[in-house]
Design a protein around this ligand. Sequence first.
Ligand code: PMP
Length: 392
Amino acid sequence: MTERVVNFSAGPGILPLSVLQQAQADLVSLPGVGASPLEVSHRGAWFTGVIEEAEDNLRRLLEVPGDHHVLFCQGGATMQFTMVPMNLLRDSSRRANYVITGAWGAKAAIEAEALAPTRVAWTGANESFVCVPEPDELAASIDADAQYVHVTTNETIHGVEYPDTPSLPSDVTLVADCSSDFLSRPIDVSRYGVLYAGAQKNAGPAGVTIAIVRNDVLERIPSGIPTMLDYRTYAEHGSLYNTPPVFSIYVLLLVTRWLRDEIGGLDAMHDRNRAKAALLYDVIDSIPDFYRGHAQVGSRSLMNVTFRLPTEELERGFVHAAAREGLVELQGHRSVGGIRASIYNSMPHEGVAQLAAFLRSFRSARGWTEPMPTLRSARRGRHRRRRSDGRR
Ligand code: PMP
């Protein structure tokens, strides 16, 4: 087999090797079927079993309550940016509230604003998206009669993640884009009216988007929504109104089996993810004159570790030197620069340990020493350090 790199891609991201090997074994001819998963009917017995087990596994892993529907959509999380307001906001006299902790939440709000009255209730834009709101700040920013409140549980570009379910009164309909931390830890699904996630970070390949929609939300959807944008179409037809992304759902099934059988569920996954992220944040914090984490400590992502080096030139050098050691896709998103290590579920502990060792060796090899601070820059540095130590 061609050697595999250590892949820190933000998405589509790394998949478990055992999943890829199973998909490879099945690709030409599925046992008992005699055809490829790329060639079979979505209405046949094989795929019926696949989609039913995929839903069942997701329900068990996430402990999805009985009054929530698990839907398999297409169009990525970006189409959910439109489906959410179309289904939840149309004909509403009440506004949607968006809580913006990074670039993806901002994009979601733009789609809602185009369709119906929407308010940005809280945004971290002025501080370059370094944190999530404190619980009391969040509660105070929300309209008492908001139609729904939309959050992004993990901002993939900025590396900012809620440490827990955003705390809002239980009568608020909470909607969440969970694309980049889906299945990375247990969540209280009962708290969400809608949660959605593109599969291509933790759940499988691109092409399928999971939406988990509570029944009361579904029942309030007004009529007149285009068929493929209406959540009820998916709920009423078992996500088989038209041809679903068969291969993506099949690989998603393999990933859910891996989570269940090889990892042992989402608590175990969360433990692993915490340990992996700590490897990197510990190095970053131990060399503060060279590495500077982007997110404030209490909002740091376990999935996307974002940080800066002293200069952009050093950042470019870092990315190239890492790639030479087989550690790839470490450049930050083109809109923010810096370094981003995406360490999704399937990234093995050893891969992150290799990167942590590389951080130390790159720093030493440069022999980089902080320029003698002038009085003014020393004051600025002290201020910066204080802010990034605490949450706000
Ligand atoms: N939301 C988040 C948090 C994301 O990370 C991404 C993709 N990186 C999207 C939305 C957009 O997803 P898609 O490309 O599947 O539309």
